[in-house]
Write a new protein. Structure first.
Length: 335
């Protein structure tokens, strides 16, 4: 399956390259993202061939994210080859948009990258920021008797740690007023289901993947949300789901290094707890503290923070960047 996927991504990147060489004109601006991971190489190369300008929106930094997930060794031939390719790509790109402040340090470790090419434009909440009260008639709470619900939602990929969530639930299994409500997809959720099938913890429930039409109700069903990253996540991945959790006015427990973008936002705005990766005991303690907290202002702080991550603001920043590239193609010489 991995071989088929790799071939498919290579073919897609090749088709993209040839399509761009037909359609791009000198002075155009082309914007790309990091997935599939071969795509930005093709875009940067096509733009250079046609005399166009190129910008990359950096969602995940490869191969760094694969090294962090344990899929590649730092000194392997594949890792070294990708880093050389990245240096060439960053040299060819006219701008790199980061969605987290923590991305600057690993980016600047590449010889082809310059600070003046970097633009920080965070993602945004898709839900309208406003406090959503906890209600007994919420369809996702009805079947749960516990007073305090801990939620986990979205994709759990190679960068996430499902085991720390399950171990925290095991540590809290005798506290009847705390319950874990889990919904999502990806290899991490398959791991969680396997662990629950073996242990049958009474304080863990799963629901199917939540559709967009039900997302607001689901996010409003929990009192606290977990985002569980593995160690060394800072600078290589940013959880976009984070902004919707703030938009509904919920505190979060973030498992990550303190210098990661989401962790910085949590600490700067008093939005919850930051837990050391791999420390299930700390996660359990944070959940226990949240269940006993009498801080009634955190919902307002979360909503206020979410309101700063606005779609219009972000799109205006993208428009300004594109206009800047149309007028001044080499950002690295401007400052």
């Amino acid at each position: 399956a991995l071989v088929r996927r790799g071939v498919s991504e290579l073919l897609f990147a090749a088709r993209t390259f040839f399509a761009l060489t037909r359609q791009l004109r000198r002075g155009d601006v082309v914007l790309t993202v990091t997935a599939p991971f071969m795509l930005p190489y093709a875009v940067a190369a096509a733009a250079r061939v046609k005399g166009a300008r190129s910008a990359l929106i950096l969602h995940d930094l490869f191969p760094d994210v694969l090294v962090m997930a344990g899929l590649l060794k730092p000194g392997s031939l594949v890792t070294r080859t990708m880093r050389v390719a990245n240096s060439l790509m960053f040299r060819a790109l006219n701008a790199v948009v980061t969605i987290g402040r923590d991305a600057e340090r690993p980016l600047l470790s590449y010889s082809g990258m310059r600070r003046n090419k970097i633009r920080f434009i965070p993602n945004w909440a898709t839900l309208v920021p406003a406090p959503r009260p906890i209600t007994s008639d919420n369809p996702f709470r009805k079947a749960i008797a516990a007073r305090f619900i801990v939620g986990l939602s979205g994709n759990l990929g190679f960068t996430h740690d499902p085991d720390i969530v399950f171990e925290a639930a095991r540590l809290l299994k005798d506290e009847a007023d705390i319950h874990f409500l889990l919904s999502g997809w990806g290899i991490g959720f398959e791991r969680l289901k396997q662990l629950q099938a073996a242990a049958s913890l009474p304080n863990v429930s799963f629901v199917g993947r939540v559709e967009d039409s039900e997302l607001e109700a689901f996010l409003a069903s929990a009192d606290l949300w977990i985002i569980p990253y593995r160690k060394d996540v800072a600078g290589v991945s940013v959880p976009s789901r984070f902004y919707n959790l703030l938009a509904v006015g919920r505190p979060v427990v973030l498992v990550s290094e303190p210098e990661a973008e989401a962790a910085l936002t949590v600490v700067e705005n008093g939005l919850g707890w930051v837990v050391t990766p791999g420390r299930a005991d700390q996660l359990a303690d944070a959940i226990r503290a949240a269940s006993r907290s009498d801080d009634v202002t955190i919902a307002a702080r979360a909503v206020k923070a979410a309101s700063r991550f606005d779609r219009t603001t972000a799109l205006n920043a993208y428009a300004a960047l594109i206009d800047e590239l149309l007028r001044n193609p080499d950002l690295s010489e401007q400052r």
